[in-house]
Structures are given as C-alpha cells and as structure tokens.
Design a protein around this ligand. Sequence first.
Ligand code: BGC
Length: 769
Amino acid sequence: MNINPKQPTHPSTPPHLGKHSLKDVIQALTSEEKINLVLGTGMAVDALPDDLQGPVVGDVDGRVPGAAGTTVAIPRLSIPALVMADGPAGVRIHPQRDNEPDKTYHCTRFPIASLLASSWDVDLLERVGRAMGNEAREYGIDILLTPALNIHRHPLGGRNFEYYAEDPLLSGQLAAAMVNGVQSQGVGASIKHFVANNHEWNRYSINVKVDQRALREIYLKGFEIAVKASQPWTVMTSYNKLNGTYTSERRDLLTEILRDQWGFTGLVMTDWFGGDDAIAQMNAGNDLLMPGSQKQQQVLQRALVNDELDASTLDTNIENLLRVIQQTPVFKAYQYSDNPDLKTHAAIARTAATEGMVLLHNRAATLPLSPKLTIALFGNSAYQTVAGGSGSGDVNAAYTVSLQQGLAAAGYTSHRALGDDYATFIADQMTELPPQALFRPPPTIAERSVSPQQIETVATQVDMATISIGRYSGEFADRNAENDFYLSGTEKQLIEQVASTFHSRQKKVVVILNVGGVIDTASWRDQVDAILLAWQPGQEAGHAMADLLSGRVNPSGKLTTTFAMTLDDYPSSQNFPGDVLEQTLSKQALLQQSQDDNMKQLFNVEAAEVSYEDSIWVGYRAFSTRKLHTAYPFGFGLSYTTFQYDELQLSDKQFEKELEVKVTITNTGAVAGKEVVQLYITAPQGNLIKPTLELKGFAKTECLAPGASQILRFTLGESDLVSFDPDTDHWVCTPGTYCIHIGASSEDIRLSNNVEKTEETYLPLEEFR
Ligand code: BGC
C-alpha cells in the first residue's frame, strides 16, 4: 500500500464528524492521521526512555493538566481530542495549574472500591458514579477510567483496594451500576483491566495461565455482566499475558468474546504502555494504544506500507473510536465550569463511606459509644488517616478528615497529651522521610511505640481507647505478608498493652482498621472489644468513622472478600505472585533504557509466569467447599440491630426458564438498620465439580425501623445455574436438585429450599446473559 501522508484520500471539501457518515470521515483521513488517531498523544514524563515519550504528534494536549491521557484532534474533519482521567476513587487531575495561584482544581476523594462494594448497594454505587461523572464532566474530562473490577484473587494484590470483590457476580453488578452512574452524566466510563490482572508483580510481562472454566466463571464473568448491563463506552485491556499472549493482542478475547458474544459496541484501549506488538493489538481489536508512543507510530506506519497491517482493520479501529467521540462532552462543545459542586459530592462521599464500613466484632455491645466520652486515640492513622491508595487510583482532594477530627466534630474528646505526642512524632518523622517518588505510595511512618507507663497514665484519664491500624498500598507493587498482612511487632505490642491496661480498669478498647485490603485479625481479635473495618474511606474518613462509632449511622456493610485465619489458607497462596522465567523480553530492553532508577524499578519487567492452579476455587467458593474455618467469612458484617429471615418462597418446585424467590426480613432489634441479604445456590454435582456455594443474587433492605419487615425478591434465570464446560465450550446446566439458600453471610445461611431441574441444558455462548 502506498502511503502519502500529505495526500488525503478524499476529494475537495472535507467531511465533518457528526455531519457526514463515519465512512466518509474515515475515507478523508490521510494514512498518517489514521495512525495518529489510534495512538494517544503520548506521555510527557522526562524519566521515560525516549521511545516511550510523547508527544507522538503535535503537543500533548494541555486541556486538563494531570489527566491521564489524550487522543489527537483533527480539526479539519471536526474530530476533537478526547481527555481521559483516572478513576476509580474520584477524578485524578492536578489540583493546581501554572499561572493560576488563586484557583484550585481539587476533586472529591470517594471511598476506595472495596469499601463501596462492601455496601452491596447498587443504588449507592450508581449515585457515587453520578457524582464522579459530573465532576469529570465539569472539569472537561470525556472518559473516566473507572471502574476497575479485577477479582480479589489473593489478599496481597497491591491494587485490590481499587477492585470490588472476590466474587464475579457482585463485581459485575456493582461495576455496571458505577458505569450507569458515570455515563448518565454524558461522559464515558472504562471498565478495566480486561482481564486476569490480579496483582502487580511483573505486571507488564507476566503470563497468567488460567484454565477455561475459571476464566469464564471467575475472571471474565464480572466483565460480561458489566458489559451487558451497562454498555460502557470503553474497555481497557490489562497489562498481562493470558495463556501466552498479551490480552491486548488477543482477537479471541477482544473481538470474539467481547464484541461478538457479549455485544460490546464501544472502544477498546490498552492500559498505559500495555502489550508489545502494536500491529497485533490493532488486529485483535484493541482500537486505541495509550498513552501512545513514537515507537508505536513508526511501527504502524511501516506496517501499513508493507501491508502487514490491513487498511480496513485500521478503519474499523477508527470507526470504534469515532463512534465514542461523537458522544463526548468535547464533541458536543459542552462548556464545562471547572467548578463542580464539591460540597454536595463530599456529602455523598461521607454517606457512601458509612454504608461500606464493616463492623467485624462487637463484644457485649461495646459499640455504639455513649455520647461525649473522653477517648485515648492510639495509632498514627488516628491522626494521619489514610483516605485511599496510591498510583492511578489516587485523587488530589482538598483535605482528609482524620479520626481525631471526626470524633471531635461528633462531640467526643480525645486525650490531648497523647494526641500532641503523636502529632510531634508524626511531624518529626515526616522531616526524615524521603520525598514521594513519582507514582509511588507516599513514604509511610512506622507505628510509634508507646511506653507502658504512658498507656497506664492515659488509661486513668479517659473512658476508653481506640487503636487505629493504618495501611497504604498502591499501583506498581503488591503488599507484603510481614508488617502488612500480619501486624508489625509494634502494632501487636500496642494492642496487647493497651488492651490489658484498659481492661484491668474495666475500660473498652476498639480497633479501627484503616486499610485497603484484607489483614490478619485472627491472631489478636480476642484481645479487643470491637473491630470496625473502616477501609480507606475517602476524604470524609473521620466523619464517617465517627458516624458509625457513635451510632448516628447503624453499620450495614458486609465483607466482599474472605478474611481467612492465615494467609496460607487462601488457595491462591500456592501460586502467588508467580515465577521468573529465563527469557529476554524486547520490552525489558526498552524500559531499561530509562536513566531514572525509580522509573526502572517501576517498569521492572522480567519474563514471569503464574499459573492459577486455584482455578475456580477463589475466596468463599474454596472456603465453603473445603470447610475451612475463616476469621470473618465472605458476606459477613454486624449491625447494632438484629434481623430475622422468614418465609422463603420459591415460585415453583421445578426449574423451567426462571424462578422467583421471595423472603421476608424483619428488624427484630431496638434500632433502625439495613440488612444485606445474599442468595447462594448449591448446584448438583455432574461432570463438573461444583462449589458448595455460589452467590447468585443479593439485595439490601431499606432502613427498617424496629419491628418493620420488607419482602425481598430475586429472579434466577437458567444462566444462573450453569457452569462452563471446557470440553464442549458451552455453559451447561446439570439436571438434579438445586438448593437455594438465603444467608446473612456465606457461613450464616438462614433459609434453604430445593428446586428440581429435570433436563440437562446447554446454553450457546451468544445466548448467555
Ligand atoms: C493503570 C490504569 C490507569 C492508567 C492511566 C495505568 O498505570 O494501570 O488503571 O487507568 O495507568 O493512568
């Protein structure tokens, strides 16, 4: 093919996007423009090696400083540049701009995804999505790079905080709600990272080996639900290889499964610098390469000349992009305000945080606290509360309310001298810390050890104690077992000493887990009176914690991830994070060209492999089937009231095409509250071995007054009963008895009933809901 960049293939007056057909617009593009369109405009980070640097073409668009990426504009055809920003805890842009000393561009920092998920409340996620989408739109963003819905396969996954759950149904339905919320504001969402990107170690190169059944039932399933229920404008492919090939280079994944089987009609983009082979990516249906590099530009140009890349393939990729562009605010010339309603969004962030915190332990009704107590606040994170994780999931918010501030605002008095000591300690330590390196988590201060004498003195002067345990994690690194999943020696000592001193004076001790993911609780929980899993609750952290501690809000969050007794109990621990292989990678050579050590480490790529030998045995599927004892099971969470489950009714004894399930939930306690109710099935064993429990539905009651009841309804379709049979490449529904369970958690099944399925049925892939 002859490419002459100067010569458009369309005659005289050029067509305009929106006024003329996409075909005409595409025809009018020069080959050079076509290639530029499928590449972002690059990333201007000095430390990146030259080949990965922007600008690819013209200048990196400065419309929204700090946004993650931009596509190229072609004004003569009325094609505007798209601006994309992260997600998922809020909009990530620079809070300040050159030459505007008096104006700020802060965004609302919402709670992390794991907290939002623990609300089990699709309406809440949609509401948060609407607020985030609105903020994106008002700051001039066209695509918000959220939600992230990779499965919590292992607790040490460094980005689990950005993800929802260990269960695909829950992840998929929550992601769909988030997408619907964001997109209701006229900006696009991007579901990511497609697929099997479950940890950070060697993420740019790792080959993830997953069997077909686990792939369909666990790792693809959430994406499938989200695509079908919300039609996200974009899908972001993941960094990893899947069974030998980068996900961004797999046509079976991006075209056959995503588009042909699931009906996706939007745009597929890479994760930033993802994959290796730009031609393979184009051919696979990965329409846009982000953030775009000069190397990719050269490769694609050559490929077009040498006929290694078909012109019609490129046209299809561009068509997918243009279809999305036509829906965006920038295309519609939306006049954004740069002034979103941050106050209203802060209130939404606070409500959301209270809905997803989980009360894990509450001996002798320690919580809620009586009003106006004097409290000794132990733990750095009571003062330097962790609002969220780092990396692309970070948000430049105006403030974070600490636990100390939140309790003060709620009328509690914290022990002043202890607080002053922590403040001095934190300030001193801050001066010692190295500056935060690009894309890295903020350097953290190790927990302060408090002398037994000080604990003793403080205990005589207050009514009770809290101990805050804080954790940071973020992109680019997984968490550690020691001093992270397991508490550090100082933290253990602090809990032991505070608990024994306060208990000897009949005073209570409450632990607040200000964490982004699962941590050990089994080894110390018996020493304390209550544990609130506050997660990383966003900028309104302290207010939301105080809302629950004081009982202003009754806890209703439940776990979306199993808290095991030990790290080794997770089946995935056998293969986490994987093994290094002896191979040289082209990508490795490229990234090592950087002169910057931090950059080299961040982009560290070794040839590596992990085999998901745990297959479908992820989370509660494994724990329930193997009858493994947990610290706190999937679906678990306490309330300040109690609920009774009655009158489970199935619409039929035989399962034909659908089954209606009804249950009545009654608040039997003394205070108003909401209950998360879960529907699990136990499927009959056939050729495919079935987990003891699989979540097939969930609902949250409204806030029920004491004595009030609500009927919850669930509908099960045939596709809820199927398993993926890799031998026939079909979803199969085994005949036999299906047990329908209604539970308060995966270990607290309250009601069960059976339904019979007489015939074996196969669902072809396209018909699978
Ligand atoms: C992350 C994505 C993010 C992108 C753009 C990547 O490093 O994996 O989740 O959207 O950067 O910031």
